[in-house]
Design a protein around this ligand. Structure first.
Ligand code: ISJ
Ligand code: MG
Length: 469
């Protein structure tokens, strides 16, 4: 990778051309600049006519960064389940090493950046609704807005190669300026009305929970996370812009993500971080164990106390803490977490929460950690392989990207992936929502069912479904 800290576009472009000649194929040319503040939702919406099907948006739950991407300069996808994280890492490194980045500084989350997600279980049978996504689907956008606490940045990524000429560079720069200019006007996404909400075989799901409880009582497994889906139909095709706008307003303390591929969009607002890496700093989150929000402050606190002292939920949570600690330990020189969980309160639900902080050893990449972490017992179970086998048998559905890792990484090794829960798939005038819960030997099918209902609420509300509050 050649990083040129000068604003000499022509010179940098010539360097990229020389590299392309040397490699005999087009190489990445990336330009980063600081810009005046732009609203990320307007930027995303501005891309609807030219880039629908290739847009993404990410906002973290700590409000440190928002990234919106339009277009696709490069796609990295994995078909094969074996070593898929390694395969992505290898292709990504080669792509950035061969390219040229023109940037005044290596600002976090700017320049060439890979955004995308991985299927929860690449070994499970695929169903039609997930056809627009591969096992791993990641892309480098053509135009990207990065909004950090310090400033707003615009990245332009393009391929430059023997058969590309300077005219395409000028066209891209013109288009970039147009997008920024138009994104200054606030966006008003088009609404679509819900006409039907259908739960998939609720009784069968409760029976599956009972089957799993019976198996857990045998004592060979400790936890299995079972999920279910519901289908929401609209009177007209629904745009991700509308849902994103709602999530943005309704779930300020979640990771918000939207990931369009062709005619589908995977979208959600999840409270759960899988792993974040900034320089050497590593953050992860153990999140498992749930209870409703109270209707008054007193009731809410009472529920919180109940959750903190509930043995079944503490056990659900403990398994996640133990497993995440084990997974990260080999990668970190320091690793610490509080001895007891606290509470994380979302709009519709509260969870037991244990933050994890570490310092990564040299050469540790985000993808190395994701490979070991995913799926944590918050979404898979203990022991992992046995739980995955039970999930395939009992759920009888394809989770797709739900519960998988979704997020981004930049060319400097920074990035963040969340666990894609509280999420759904939009496809034309239909949408599929997914929610699950941790089943342990003490689980009761009826209360687990109610827990999934609470977990559907955030997405149902964002789709314009009839939710009170
Ligand atoms: C599986 C989901 O959530 C997970 C399960 C939880 C539980 O069972 O208590 C809590 C948080 C998440 O780890 C979901 O939201 O779909
Ligand atoms: Mg639970």
């Amino acid at each position: 990778m050649v990083t040129i800290h000068k604003t000499n576009i022509e010179k940098a472009y010539d360097t990229a051309m020389e590299k392309a000649k040397k490699y005999q194929h087009p190489v990445l040319f990336s330009i980063v600049e600081k810009i005046d503040s732009v609203d990320p939702l307007s930027f995303y919406n501005e891309g609807i006519s030219l880039f629908k099907g290739t847009r993404f948006l990410w906002k973290d739950r700590d409000h440190t960064i928002t990234i919106a991407g339009l277009g696709s300069t490069k796609t990295i996808s994995t078909e094969d389940d074996r070593d898929q994280f390694f395969a992505v890492e290898k292709e990504w490194k080669r792509f950035i090493n061969e390219g040229v980045i023109l940037s005044p500084e290596n600002w976090i989350g700017t320049g060439p950046l890979l955004f995308g997600g991985f299927r929860f279980d690449p070994l499970n049978k695929r169903s039609l609704e997930w056809n627009d996504f591969e096992n791993g689907t990641l892309q480098v956008p053509s135009f990207m807005l990065t909004k950090s606490k310090e400033a707003d940045y615009l990245t332009l990524n393009m391929l430059c190669g023997p058969e590309h000429d300077e005219e395409s560079l000028n066209e891209m720069i013109f288009l970039k300026d147009e997008i920024i200019r138009k994104a200054k006007f606030p966006s008003v996404p088009e609404e679509a009305s819900v006409i039907n909400i259908e739960d998939y075989k609720p009784q069968e799901w409760k029976n599956s929970v009972q089957n799993v409880v019976d198996e857990l009582k045998d004592g060979e497994m400790e936890k299995v996370v079972l999920a279910r889906k519901c289908k929401v139909s609209f009177e007209a095709p629904i745009t991700s812009d509308f849902v994103l706008d709602n999530l943005w307003k309704q779930q300020p303390d979640s990771f918000i993500f939207s990931f369009e591929q062709n005619k589908s969009c995977f979208i959600g607002a999840t409270p759960e971080r899988l792993v974040k890496k900034t320089g050497e700093e590593v953050l992860s989150t153990c999140l498992a164990g749930s209870i409703a929000r109270g209707s008054s402050l007193d009731e809410d606190e009472k529920f919180g106390e109940e959750l903190l002292n509930d043995e079944k939920n503490r056990y659900e949570h403990h398994l996640v803490v133990e497993n995440i600690h084990q997974a990260l330990e080999p990668f970190c020189n320091e690793l610490s977490m509080p001895a007891k969980p606290g509470l994380m309160k979302m709009k519709d639900i509260q969870h037991l929460y244990t933050p994890v902080v570490g310092r990564a050893a040299a050469q540790t990449s985000l993808l190395n950690m994701i490979e070991k972490l995913h799926p944590t017992p918050a979404l898979g179970g203990v022991p992992r392989d046995r739980a995955l086998h039970v999930i395939r048998q009992e759920e009888k559905m394809d989770r797709g990207l739900y519960a998988g890792p979704v997020g981004w990484m930049d060319a400097y090794g920074n990035g963040e992936f969340a666990v894609a829960i509280r999420s759904g798939l939009l496809h034309e005038d239909e949408s599929y929502l997914y929610a699950g819960c941790g089943i342990v030997a003490d689980s009761d099918p009826e209360s687990e069912f109610l827990e999934t209902q609470m977990k559907f609420r955030s997405m149902l509300r964002a789709l314009g479904g009839n939710i009170h509050g």
